[in-house]
Design a protein around this ligand. Structure first.
Ligand SMILES: [Mg+2]
Length: 180
């Protein structure tokens, strides 16, 4: 009855976050909240949107993002405003400080109990590597203007991008965002 599932990331896959990366370079204690709150102003990434529409023709879409659940309504509104295909929206739960790659693998494995996950699209090289190592079918979004393309952080120009990548993967770097 249900169709095969395609799991899509948001930031760096369909959303262009460049305009808010500078917020992560500040010393403000609210910088992570400010960074996520600004997500409503993201431009859509056309390559990501095109792929999402193609997939939606014969897949159920699940949006899987490291964004905090706190901005769920903002994120739902943004997806709708961009005309992106509707789907379940899975976000980082409040207080969950684990790296994005760990949380994403867990959420996908939960999906697999009841669905056939045939495609995952994500721009973060370390998320991509982690999911592939678990045997999952991952298509890496390479069109993001700011993501480290080859998993080499030294290539990344803007400081904010390094911060974001570090945060999402939980390896080093900045203080994690507040849980509240
Ligand atoms: Mg991403």
């Amino acid at each position: 009855m249900s169709r095969p599932v395609a799991v899509l990331d948001i930031d760096g896959t369909v959303a262009d976050v460049r305009h808010r990366l500078h917020l992560l370079d500040s010393d403000s204690p609210s910088k992570w909240a400010d960074f996520f709150d600004a997500a409503g102003d993201d431009e859509v990434l056309p390559q990501g949107a095109e792929l999402a529409h193609k997939l939606a023709a014969d897949h159920d879409i699940v949006w899987l993002t490291g964004r905090p659940a706190r901005i769920m309504e903002l994120t739902r509104r943004w997806l709708a405003e961009q005309g992106l295909p509707p789907g379940a929206l899975l976000m980082q739960r409040e207080g969950d400080k684990r790296p994005a790659r760990v949380v994403k693998l867990e959420r996908i494995q939960e999906l697999q109990y009841r669905h056939t996950v045939v495609m995952i699209v994500d721009d973060d090289p370390r998320v991509v590597r982690h999911l592939r190592e678990a045997g999952l079918p991952v298509h890496q979004a390479t069109w993001s203007p700011w993501t480290p393309r080859h998993g080499n952080e030294d290539e990344v120009a803007p400081g904010g991008a390094r911060y974001l990548s570090s945060f999402q993967n939980g390896d080093t770097g900045p203080t994690p965002p507040p849980s509240g």
